[in-house]
Design a protein. Structure first.
Length: 306
């Protein structure tokens, strides 16, 4: 898929080495088509890693995509070089008059805080409200999904007794949804979180439907009635080694983390982890782009989408 990104973005060389087609800005400017315009609000601390992961997940479609990375102005993390943020990221004030075909809101490591205690909560609420008039379909990930469900529908999050970490088996509750076109009846997906949303709370909201669940990890995908919002509780975009990196980071901090479940062969962290979710990750992003963005978004997005 031709993803239009800046030539010097670190993800460009990584994806090129994986034979994933990324299009230079120069070449894109000389093509007479309208690319899908996708905004990515990246709230993760390791922003460069997350950029590569999400771009890889978006990479299996013939559609041309133009990506804007957005960061918060009320909180600036310390894990990404400031020059990278200055060169590749926009603030909400810079894009608030822009319309997007699709928008992605990532997770963030702030689950132990009440939503209102998060430094950038008011700014995030403003952005989430803005998506209702300037974005055709929004894809929320992990904490971003919990935040969206809480802000838009009042669905609370609940603290878990221990971190939900591992790769879990899931099943479809809405197998005929186009979001799951090509899916097997069961599939694997990673989770890494300290909180959850519960089915009984979601079922109280008539506009929402639970679309996929795990017997171990709970609710996985929630969608609204018209496909304008999806909430994915796991991290389908994760690389093979991401959970391993998180596990060893927590070990080094003396946190005594649980071994991620169903991740290492024989649950032995001395063995390399098994990548068992890449096909699912590709499908869920490709289906979202194709069926809920490309096929229904207006050609002229200079006007308000909703």
């Amino acid at each position: 898929m031709p993803i239009k990104i800046p030539d010097s973005l670190p993800a460009a060389s990584v994806l090129d080495n994986e034979h994933i087609f990324v299009m230079t800005e120069y070449r894109a400017l000389h093509q007479d088509i309208r690319p899908l315009k996708i905004g990515i609000l990246n709230l993760m601390p390791t922003k460069i890693t997350t950029e590569t992961q999400i771009l890889r997940s978006l990479s299996n479609t013939p559609l041309q995509i133009e990506v804007d990375f957005i960061g918060t102005s009320t909180y600036i993390g310390k894990n990404t070089p400031q020059e990278h943020l200055f060169e590749f990221y926009k603030t909400f004030s810079e894009i608030k008059n822009t319309n997007y075909d699709g928008f992605i809101i990532t997770g963030a490591p702030v689950e132990h805080l009440a939503f209102e205690e998060v430094d950038y909560w008011e700014e995030l609420c403003e952005i989430m409200d803005w998506t209702t008039t300037h974005v055709h379909s929004t894809f929320h990930i992990c904490w971003g999904a919990q935040a969206g469900l809480y802000h838009h529908y009042g669905v609370p999050k609940h603290e878990l007794a221990e971190k939900m970490s591992g790769v879990f088996r899931h099943r479809l509750l809405t197998p005929k949804s186009r979001l799951f076109h090509g899916f097997d009846s069961e599939f694997m997906a990673p989770h890494s979180r300290h909180t959850e949303v519960r089915a009984e709370d979601i079922k109280k909201v008539p506009e929402l439907r639970i679309m996929a669940v795990s017997d171990e990890a709970g609710v996985y995908v929630v969608g609204d009635e018209d496909g304008s919002r999806f909430f994915v509780m796991g991290h389908s975009e994760y690389d093979a080694e991401t959970l391993d990196t998180e596990y060893r980071r927590d070990l080094a901090k003396g946190l005594e983390p649980q071994i991620p479940k169903h991740y290492y062969p024989d649950d032995d962290p001395k063995q390399p982890p098994v990548l068992s979710w890449r096909a699912h990750s590709t499908l869920i992003y490709t289906n979202w782009l194709n069926y809920f963005v490309y096929q229904t978004t207006p050609f002229d997005i200079s006007r308000k989408i909703k």
